[in-house]
Design a protein around this ligand. Structure first.
Ligand SMILES: [Zn+2]
Length: 246
């Protein structure tokens, strides 16, 4: 019985390393695997910080993962497993395609990704995988906040200041206006929230304190990317609409 597994962890928790390990182990036994990543890693490779890498197929937002696997089964006769790196960036509809790969093609899927964005809410793809997966596993590594507590939250910094607004994905060479140096770090929840409050405070400094406090929590009715031009797509629309995974 094939299964859909979602393994999640913070940055630097070894998700890519584990994806590569599974890929290697199955291939070493003569099994046919497909390794996918997202266009973030534009060279079409999955590489781990420990120095291992392998060729991967790039998943773009238009990629139909069910069709990709079905065509591969047609071409080479069988596919035993699909291993997905950077699955947090997959579209919720693509996560549903992965579930169909399991159920209709009988192929195991191992998906790896971050759970939450630098804004402290789930990536849409990760949320859908949590909903659909047969197994959900958190990678536990002893990452520490600067204060010594266990680091559990991804934070984005621009010129050293934590931010909670901006594009979900920052692509290096977009040619857009320079917004300062973007870096990431892991924090404990308390320090993540402290930084997030400070960031929201500087956005809301014209409002009085009570109003600013109301803005403490992420606004789930809106888009994850804080971009007023962008129309929000509530997750449940994708989740409950038949044929959404076209
Ligand atoms: Zn801390």
């Amino acid at each position: 019985m094939a299964t859909l597994g979602f393994t999640f962890g913070t940055m630097g928790s070894g998700k890519s390393t584990q994806a590569l390990q599974i890929h290697h182990n199955l291939r070493a036994r003569g099994l046919h695997t497909i390794l996918t990543t997202q266009l973030d890693r534009s060279e079409g490779r999955v590489s781990s910080r420990l120095g291992v890498s392998a060729d991967a197929e790039i998943v773009e937002s238009a990629t139909d993962l069910f069709e990709l696997v079905r065509q591969r089964v047609k071409t080479i006769g069988r596919v035993d497993a699909v291993i997905c790196d950077e699955a947090q960036f997959y579209d919720p509809a693509q996560c549903e395609q992965l579930a169909r790969v399991v159920d209709e093609l009988g192929v195991d899927v191992y998906a790896f990704g971050l759970l939450t964005t630098f804004q402290g809410v789930m990536f849409p793809g990760s949320a859908r995988l949590m909903e659909l997966a047969d197994h959900r596993t958190e990678i536990q590594v002893e990452a520490r906040c600067w204060c010594g507590e266990r680091a559990t939250h991804n934070a984005r910094f621009v010129d050293g200041h934590q931010v909670v607004s901006g594009q979900m994905v920052v692509v290096g060479d977009t040619g857009g206006p320079t917004q300062g140096e973007v870096t990431y770090d892991l924090l404990c929840r308390a320090h993540w929230m402290e930084g997030a409050r400070a960031a929201r405070g500087s956005q809301l400094e014209l409002l009085d304190e009570d109003e600013a406090r109301e803005g403490d929590h992420p606004d789930r009715s809106g888009p994850i990317e804080v971009d007023p031009e962008r129309v929000p797509t509530p997750l449940h629309v994708t989740a409950n609409t038949p044929g959404a995974s076209t």
